[in-house]
Design a protein around this ligand. Sequence first.
Ligand code: ZN
Length: 221
Amino acid sequence: MFYKASHQVYRVRAFDQFDWLEHGFGTRRSENFWPADRVATLHQVHSDIVMRAGGSSGRIGDGDALIENTPGRLVGVKTADCIPLLLLDPGNRAVAAVHAGWRGTVSRIARKTVKHLEENFSSRAEDLHVAIGPGIGKCCYEVGADVACQFREYDQALSDLAHSAHLDLAEINRKQLIESGVPSEKIYVAGLCTLCHPDDFHSYRRDRDHAGRMLSVIGLR
Ligand SMILES: [Zn+2]
């Protein structure tokens, strides 16, 4: 489903069928792969704010998800443990990039991005393809009871905790996308833990203040 392409970027086979599309999930060795003057990014603030890039590039505002349909332009998010999501509406040729940490996931940023695609580009959830990229895995993502209990609706094991627990952020985002109406067979999950794979990925939990960020992008050629 996911494979490593040239320039150490992870790509999704299901997205390759669209020859007008560019996409990729960054690794620690793909930093300068995409030309900065074509990529719109955000000052990411762990919010549920979705912005329409509208042909802009550079850092265009505060928020955690970008939508776009302008040919030649890319939208990107930077991560180092948080979950990057790339969304694609093939029929309307529209895309989105989402940064989902635990705060963004609590506020359902994936669902809100689907809604923005519907409102801005007449997308329908059932037509979307979504790739859930490399991020911290359940294996390594231990959080306190105060954080874990906010996800109890997605995992019975997280109810009434008095101790820390392991969160599966990718799986919770997958469930939110399904709730939004995205078919499960069109959701592709990398299943790659950033903390477990130091050769490939930056990890904030592993490297703390020395951690770099990986850029993941999507856009129309
Ligand atoms: Zn791990």
